[in-house]
Design a protein around this ligand. Structure first.
Ligand SMILES: Cc1cc2nc3c(=O)[nH]c(=O)nc-3n(C[C@H](O)[C@H](O)[C@H](O)COP(=O)(O)OP(=O)(O)OC[C@H]3O[C@@H](n4cnc5c(N)ncnc54)[C@H](O)[C@@H]3O)c2cc1C
Length: 448
């Protein structure tokens, strides 16, 4: 039976995707301006879309693949994130990022497979360490409460049989240049990426095999024997579609009342002068996740493709079920980030923020993905629960495998999950979630 689905809304991302902005001009892919035909269409060019297109290209011989994105590649959330590809459980809904034991072991196996898939792309497409750096990650504490979080995280890792190393106050200072952090916990399996450079590099690598269109929002899907995806100046007729649009899968009417749309925000300094770099000290590249999940993520990054030495701080989160936020939210976040920056880097007083932005996360109440065949030959690889660099990559790979192979050992393990749970009705949901997040931010204290 034919079905027409109009997109209720298109993505609107507040502020610039700074990781993309600080790179040299990107290769431009055209916008679609004609009616075309393809065997496969991937909608969305973030981590999930890129992984789906890459996995398809490995599986479908010479069948044609098209990838479209509403914006420029890496201008959406994929170019707005802090670039932590984390192999370990990272449940934002929990107090310590951890979940149940068996689920955590499974998640680690799947996350590592996704990171390996991204690694293979990085190697194949010649990305260097400024783009894809398998250097591990550090969780940092700045208070007794934060240290208690680290201790409990360490115990959880012991139970999982995962290795880690504790870092003392002096080690943290030597590494970061600031004496803000009192304790750290290093785990070796994470990869730090320059997220926009990764997306660009992967797209460039795929472009000989996949036809890529930017600034091409899908505004309507006509589902039938052949599906027709309508865009402002053209259309794509295809047998099979993979939706890799994260929270915007709901804009096409799927997973209604099952997805939470959370915005989080970041600020990036201008390039530091050589004198400021010296004054700061510490290593050239590092990243710290907060011991308290509602705390501040900080990243220092040195000179990827001439972009200069910069510091990025990320914090603040609010639920916005309309998938949009306004200037007021940006101002609140900016204020919080200026305070977090000043607390950590008094030696850099006067260094201004050059870019400020926000971006969308899609979560579900029970931290489950919005995955599977939604209609005849329409698959979803959405809802990455805040860890989209990894879970997006995973769901993109898995959607391609489900669509082409039907089953695989990894798919079997991945599919062993529940559906995203139904959410409470409005206005209770938004009021409750935003009050809880505010309360948790307040409780994070100096970790914020
Ligand atoms: C400030 C910040 C920090 C973060 N830090 C981290 C981190 O350190 N590690 C981590 O793993 N995650 C992090 N995240 C989350 C991460 O960015 C997302 O989870 C990830 O981008 C999701 O990947 P995705 O491919 O599923 O979706 P997206 O990256 O959102 O890609 C979906 C794409 O679909 C496109 N699209 C939507 N609707 C349409 C349509 N109708 N037609 C065509 N295209 C459409 C969008 O333009 C978008 O490019 C962070 C996010 C933010 C905002």
């Amino acid at each position: 039976m034919n079905k027409n689905i109009k997109a209720k809304r298109l993505p609107k991302d507040p502020g610039p995707a700074a990781w993309n902005r600080i790179l040299p001009d990107a290769r431009e892919y055209p916008a679609l301006t004609e009616d075309i035909q393809a065997d496969w269409v991937v909608v969305g060019g973030g981590f999930a879309g890129i992984a789906a297109a890459r996995r398809l290209s490995q599986l479908v011989g010479d069948e044609s693949i098209v990838l479209v994105d509403a914006c420029r590649l890496a201008d959406g959330p994929a170019g707005r994130n802090s670039g932590f590809m984390i192999d370990l459980p990272h449940d934002l809904n929990s107090e310590t990022y951890a979940g149940a034991h068996d689920q955590d072991l499974k998640q680690i196996r799947l996350n590592r497979a996704a990171i390996d898939f991204a690694r293979s792309a990085a190697e194949e497409y010649g990305m260097d360490k400024t783009v894809f750096d398998p250097c591990g990650k550090v969780t940092g504490a700045a208070s007794a409460k934060g240290e208690a979080h680290i201790d409990s995280y360490g115990k959880h890792l012991d139970a999982l049989g995962e290795g880690y190393r504790l870092m003392s106050t002096s080690e943290m200072k030597e590494w970061t240049g600031t004496d803000f952090y009192t304790k750290g916990l290093f785990t070796p399996g994470a990869v730090m990426i320059q997220p926009a450079a990764f997306i660009r590099g992967a797209a460039e690598g795929l472009s000989s095999r996949v036809a890529i269109y930017e600034n091409t929002p899908v505004t309507e899907m006509k589902l039938g024997d052949d599906h027709v995806l309508v865009t402002p100046k053209g259309s794509i007729r295809a047998k099979r579609v993979i939706l890799a649009v994260n929270g915007h899968v709901q804009s096409f009417g799927f997973f209604s009342r099952q997805l939470l749309h959370v915005f989080t925000y970041a600020s990036m300094t201008r390039a530091l002068t050589p004198e400021e770099v010296k004054r700061l000290g510490g290593a050239a590249d590092w990243g710290i996740l907060p011991a308290d999940p509602m705390g501040t993520t900080v990243r220092r990054s040195s000179d990827c493709m001439g972009s200069g030495n910069r510091i990025v701080v990320r914090n603040h989160a609010n639920l916005s079920q309309s998938l949009e936020v306004g200037e007021r939210d940006m101002r609140i976040a900016a204020k919080m980030q200026d305070r977090s920056f000043a607390n950590r880097f008094p030696m850099l007083e006067g260094v201004e923020m050059e870019h400020r932005w926000g971006g969308r996360l899609c979560l579900s109440w029970n931290s489950m993905p919005a995955f599977g065949e939604l209609d005849n030959r329409v698959w979803s690889a959405c809802c990455q629960n805040g860890l989209g660099t990894v879970k997006g990559t995973l769901s993109g790979m898995m959607a391609a495998e489900q669509a082409v192979l039907g089953t695989s050992p990894m798919l079997k393990e991945f599919l062993d999950h529940q559906q995203p749970k139904k959410l409470p009705p409005e206005p209770f949901l938004s009021l409750g979630a935003n009050m809880t997040m505010k309360w948790k931010e307040w409780q994070a204290g100096i970790e914020l």
